[in-house]
Design a protein around this ligand. Sequence first.
Ligand SMILES: Cc1cc2nc3c(=O)[nH]c(=O)nc-3n(C[C@H](O)[C@H](O)[C@H](O)COP(=O)(O)O)c2cc1C
Ligand SMILES: Nc1ccn([C@@H]2O[C@H](COP(=O)(O)OP(=O)(O)O)[C@@H](O)[C@H]2O)c(=O)n1
Ligand SMILES: [Mg+2]
Length: 232
Amino acid sequence: MAESTGQGVGRDELATLKLLALDGALDESTKVSCADLAERLDASNQTASRRLQRLEDAGFLARDIVSDGQEVELTGDGERRLQSEYADYRRIFESDASVDLTGVVTSGMGEGRHYITLPGYMEQFIERLGYEPFAGTLNLELTAESVRKRARMSAIEPVTIEGWEDDERTYGPAYCYPASIEGSDGEYEPAHVIAPERTHHGEEQLEVIAPEKLRGVLELADGDEVIVHVSE
Ligand SMILES: Cc1cc2nc3c(=O)[nH]c(=O)nc-3n(C[C@H](O)[C@H](O)[C@H](O)COP(=O)(O)O)c2cc1C
Ligand SMILES: Nc1ccn([C@@H]2O[C@H](COP(=O)(O)OP(=O)(O)O)[C@@H](O)[C@H]2O)c(=O)n1
Ligand SMILES: [Mg+2]
């Protein structure tokens, strides 16, 4: 096999290589028809065929012509080329998978305490967050900028606390995002931003849970500003 230089391999060839890998050609020899490939690449037969040829010439693809088409398999160099693409995407998205939100400590409706301590939730917190949360939620009124930035939390995978029911009623699910809490007195971890699916608060209120009373450990009072670092 020729030594790979990657020459002749551009964006289009890379897209073709990705498609073949999605078809299973990373692990084993996989049958492809040029017509089918052409259609999926939105290109002509000739173009699809040329891309396969270039990938083979570059040492990214091993090909076998059989009676009714061809079988292809990615080479080690082909896999490494895709891996490097993957690493780029990981860097792009992993560096984005964090968001800093600023808000001021506020008093809420005094309901957080009730919900957090319900056994249907508490058992899940202990199992899935690895700690028993203090009975309540620390409420923060977000700045206008942080209300906008809050949507970026969707790039972060939350810990899901499932909904449940007792004889009286049903309780909704809640999503917990790992975070650390920075006050003027220091930073506290572990903590989670908790987003209950059913809530009486709007987007400008952020609720935080932690194993300890944050007003105590960080010496916080209503009106104090804190920064919440949300990240995986
Ligand atoms: C784990 C959890 C689950 C909740 N589930 C519900 C619910 O099922 N229905 C509901 O009306 N509110 C639910 N809430 C939201 C509370 O009613 C309320 O919006 C908020 O948490 C009260 O916060 P505060 O007392 O700190 O102001 C839930 C809150 C938490 C923390
Ligand atoms: N980890 C936590 C959770 C709640 N708290 C506080 O504990 C009290 C009880 O929480 P809560 O959610 O029932 O009350 P409010 O947020 O409605 O005022 C509130 O003063 C919260 O700010 C805290 O300091 N640290
Ligand atoms: Mg609260």
